[in-house]
Design a protein around this ligand. Structure first.
Ligand SMILES: Cc1cc2nc3c(=O)[nH]c(=O)nc-3n(C[C@H](O)[C@H](O)[C@H](O)COP(=O)(O)O)c2cc1C
Ligand code: SF4
Length: 451
């Protein structure tokens, strides 16, 4: 039997003006906050612990346990910071969630803040998504006017202010400590840990940093109880989550389902690979998770099963690539992204991603030299586990996994350009426009020719 969808976060995304407070209230909105305010904060934390909710921002750290790491109150401020920076290639769940149902996040912020004893929460939104920033500002304004935020929330005596902050558009500002530096007005670069944010986070005060989807999952858990949540998913990967299908799929979009669903089941619902073509490779959790192939179609998409099969569940960003795609080209584009987004703080990532990009461009152009594949793997080996933050590790995933499954395509790059083996226009989803480098013929002008 196939796993059915489980629309919770996305339950009324197609309702008329789904983003307004009125629509939210008409669908049972703020019931979770009402329940939370009738309990003491420790009970709310315990409910979230019991639910087994794991952080939806990529690493899958248990949310309730993270809240429990905050030291005992000392009379000073404690903060909740919502990570809404969503910038990883393929990851596209938080932005639709905030566009379609921003009150769900605001309610989650109110409950989480109450649970952890925070009176000032921040939502850090990726800078480029101005439309989301505006929608959140409006949602927060509506929530203040209705007494769900501000002084004495719903007559409970609990005060909460929420600041929506737009970043300037840097992938590294999604890394939680770089985000905190950026929020403080500094250049967004990761901090040395420990101390962890729970002890010394924003303005060196105890801070919880949680992903949008994690926080938005809280209201229904509190309203319906931990057992309702654990009735979905698997034993160690409980609940529901957004699975974002993109790329060569007939009906791309957000499919909310229990964790543990398989790509085969999701593809069945999404009309399969476009044009009846064959699946070549896919990412289970965004561009920083090792790629999978057809052989992984039945791998349950939960944290444990995906890890056992050699990748990571990450952000459940399922990017689908069919047989027309050059794996070398895809990996080169991702690597260009990482080289561009490397913050430069540590040498393995700053230098390593630069060199990976050069070697890959050469292979893509059919100008690879003997030893290039070893150079790639060697460079990855020198980054993995040696970089200051997880961006460096993530940059190596697509390369090492692609060489593992498609080594012959990298070897072909010693003599034949990827564009001859896999014409880009065949895999383009929209009208294909050659890049500047492609127009100028070989990629020699990019520096692809030299070590
Ligand atoms: C380079 C990089 C970018 C990241 N980007 C995001 C992001 O956009 N959103 C997010 O929630 N987490 C992102 N993370 C993970 C955060 O550091 C952090 O683990 C997460 O916000 C914790 O929330 P959670 O426990 O609710 O998952 C990123 C991590 C790295 C290394
Ligand atoms: S791994 Fe990359 S992004 Fe992270 S600190 Fe080092 S240079 Fe910056």
């Amino acid at each position: 039997m196939s796993t059915p969808l489980a629309p919770v976060l996305s339950a009324f995304w197609d309702a008329e003006r789904s983003w307004t407070l009125d629509t939210y209230l008409a669908h049972g909105g703020y019931e979770g906050l009402r329940v939370a305010l009738s309990q003491d904060p420790a009970t709310v934390v315990q409910t979230v612990k019991d639910s087994g909710l794991r952080g939806r921002g990529g690493a899958g750290f248990p949310t309730g346990m993270k809240w429990g790491f905050l030291p005992a109150p000392d009379g000073g401020p404690r903060y909740l910071v919502v990570n809404a920076d969503e910038s990883e290639p393929g990851t596209c769940k938080d932005i639709p969630l905030m566009m379609a149902s921003p009150q769900l996040l605001v309610e989650g912020v109110a409950i989480t803040s109450y649970a952890i004893g925070c009176n000032h929460a921040f939502i850090y939104v990726r800078g480029e998504v101005l439309h989301v920033y505006r929608r959140l500002l409006r949602a927060v304004e509506e929530a203040y006017a209705a007494g769900y935020l501000g002084k004495d929330v719903q007559g409970s005596g609990f005060d909460l202010d929420v600041t929506v902050h737009a970043g300037a558009g840097a992938y590294i500002c999604g890394e939680e400590t770089a985000l905190l530096d950026s929020l403080e007005g500094l250049r967004g670069q990761p901090r040395l840990k420990p101390p962890f944010p729970a002890v010394a986070g924003l303005y060196a005060r105890p801070t919880v940093v949680n992903n949008v989807e994690s926080v938005a999952s809280v209201p229904q858990i509190v309203a319906r109880g931990a057992e309702w949540f654990t009735s979905m998913g698997t034993e160690r990967s409980a609940g529901h989550g957004l699975f974002s299908l993109s790329g060569h799929v007939t009906r791309p979009g957000q499919y909310e389902a229990p964790l543990g669903i398989t790509l085969r089941e999701l593809l069945d619902m999404a009309g399969g690979v476009r044009g009846g073509r064959r699946l070549k490779f896919w990412t289970p959790g965004g561009s920083s998770t090792p790629i999978f192939t057809e052989e992984h179609l039945d791998t349950p998409l939960d944290y444990e099963s995906v890890a056992a099969a050699g990748s990571m569940l990450g952000t459940r960003a399922l990017q689908i690539f069919d047989e027309t795609t050059s794996v070398v080209r895809a990996v080169t584009r991702w690597t260009e992204f990482y080289a561009h987004e490397s913050c430069g703080k540590c040498t393995p990532c700053r230098e390593g991603t630069y060199w990976l990009k050069q070697v890959l461009r050469r292979i893509e152009a059919g100008q690879g030299t003997q030893g290039d594949i070893d150079t790639l793997l060697d460079t990855c080996d020198n980054i993995l586990g040696r970089a200051f933050c997880a961006l460096g590790d993530g940059a190596t995933s697509c390369i090492t996994s692609a060489v593992k499954y498609f080594r012959e395509e990298f070897e072909a790059g010693m003599h034949t350009p990827a564009s001859e083996l896999f014409p880009p226009e065949a895999s383009a989803l929209f009208e294909y426009t050659p890049t500047q480098r492609e127009r100028s013929g070989a990629l020699a002008g990019s520096g692809a020719g030299g070590h």
